[in-house]
Design a protein around this ligand. Sequence first.
Ligand code: GLN
Length: 474
Amino acid sequence: MLLDKTIAELAKGLRNKEFTSVDLIEECYQTINQVNPKINAFITLIKKPDVLKIALQRDAQRTSSSSPLHGLPFILKDTYNTKGILTSAASHVLNGHISQYNATVYQKLLDAGAILIGKMNMDAWGHGATNENTDYKPVKNPYDTSRVAGGSSGGNAAAIAARMAVFGIGEDTGGSIRNPASWNNITGLKVTYGRVSRYGCIAYASSFDTVGPMGKTVEDCALVLETIAGKDPYDATNSPHPVPPYFEELLNISSKDTVIGLPKECFSEGLDLEIKKSTEVAAKELESLGFRIKEISMPMLTYGLAVYYLIAPSETSSNLGRYDGIRYGLGREYFTPETRRRIMVGTYALSAGYYDAYYKKAQQGRTLFIKEYEKAFTQCDVLLMPVTPHPPTRLGKAVDDPMQNLLIDVYTVTQNPVGVPSLALPCGFTATGLPIGMQLVGKMFTESLLFQVGHAYQQVTDWHKRKPNLIEAA
Ligand code: GLN
């Protein structure tokens, strides 16, 4: 399949006229028609004739200096505004909401010549870890359709794994890129807070929200990040920090000078044994590549869920206040039970009598996380952690037990309050064939380093190449 290729391989093939963007689009739509009915990854699929028209233009416009993303089909989580197209956040509150303008991340990809083929299913407003909190029916895992795809960027991850698009843009507030990436055997990056503009992205928790790439490999994510990162006057939280040539720098690393820390708190009670084993084996592989592995301790991580699940609902209760049926949207009665719970928790935590006891306490916890990470990075350069405590749940399980939905985030909720970047990438499979991922966490703005370590790992392993049987069966 053409879609098995990396972005760099596709760009080369297109340049050498071995195939065209039209061929890529034809292949995508064939796969989508065969596989999507089994996994429900799309909310909006752009009409094929419209996409083919653009692909023809891209083929005609291609020059030797075109972006590597020129003419490549991509997808967006349905939280990004796309002029003239429905943007739903997977919620009926936004029924009929046609965007009036383009999110910066989308505009940058259009400017690079990439081709949008669809807007993807997600947990409504980003609330969830299984992609079951959606008004558009759950996304199923392409590796086992009796299980969830993960969330909240589940549609993106499932579609990329199933070769329906080359890459996608997700959003991560507390794990929403990393969790589905690891449950669908793809690579995804939660960027440093402020690295990529959030202009035009529907807000969940504004001090945690990040926009990031999802793709089959580390090098694909590096190429996409290069295109979407950078200063944007429309987003005041966006950083002017220079954007390095991430792709070019992939090999610029001295493994013997890089220390990878394993926080022991992440490998104890509550972690599925197969995930523990795979992550430890991955650490051994990295060691055999010359990296230095060191066990460290980060006891504050244990408070991650408690802190996150006060601040995130507080911010979302404030952000969702505008969808009252007067200012925006159809009104509150359309919010799902999961979203209502979050609005209630957040409103309570922010209310006059409880502010000090809950919201303020959580913010103090956040400061302690920042200190904990600072301390960890005096002992190592990169942290290696699991992404999720267990493999993808069976459909329905997390809906019946909402606490379960929150516990899934245990390893992914402390990075967002701190702002540090984290790269999730495949590191194995369970005995029953379910994907396992790990995450590499670095200091602020060390995306290059994370890519370098992840890329080195993907050069000697081929977990990321194992695609769902579903495609072959189609
Ligand atoms: N699962 C987490 C939550 O529900 C993370 C969501 C996200 O990153 N958007 O809050």
